[in-house]
Design a protein. Sequence first.
Length: 173
Amino acid sequence: MFQLFQTLLLAVFPALVIIAGLRDAVSFTIPNWISIALAAAFFPVALVMGASLEQLGLAALVGFGALLVAMGMFAAGWIGGGDAKLFAASGLWLGWSAALPFVLITGLAGGALAVGLLMLRSVWLRPIVAAGPAWMVRLATPDEGAPYGIAIAVGALIAFPHSLLPVLAGAAH
């Protein structure tokens, strides 16, 4: 029964990250409630999973470092404010053990997203996309931004199995 409870708690992170990526894709915004919920849920979930105070402190430092990096990226105009908050909240959950895979995969996913948007915004595909839903038309609009929350979600989801909490859950069984 406790194993089922742990699994449900671990599902909080991927569920919210997926919602954030999808919301960014269709609206170019990531609601604040998602990042707030991620940050607020981390410490209770980590304590239930058996994280030590030292592990919690290191995760908080990684989250803070991710916030500083994301604020710099936001200030440079590379990402939006919602992306920055999602990046920081994801860093908190992922911690030190998954930080490097998270950053690398997010960067690669961002590059793939940029290439995909360039193709979607090409003169050949734009007329086809014009018949689609409004959110797809917006994605295909030249000079629109990029919903980088998609890349952050991909990086976070791929890095998550290497983070502290899934490792703790596996050690408990």
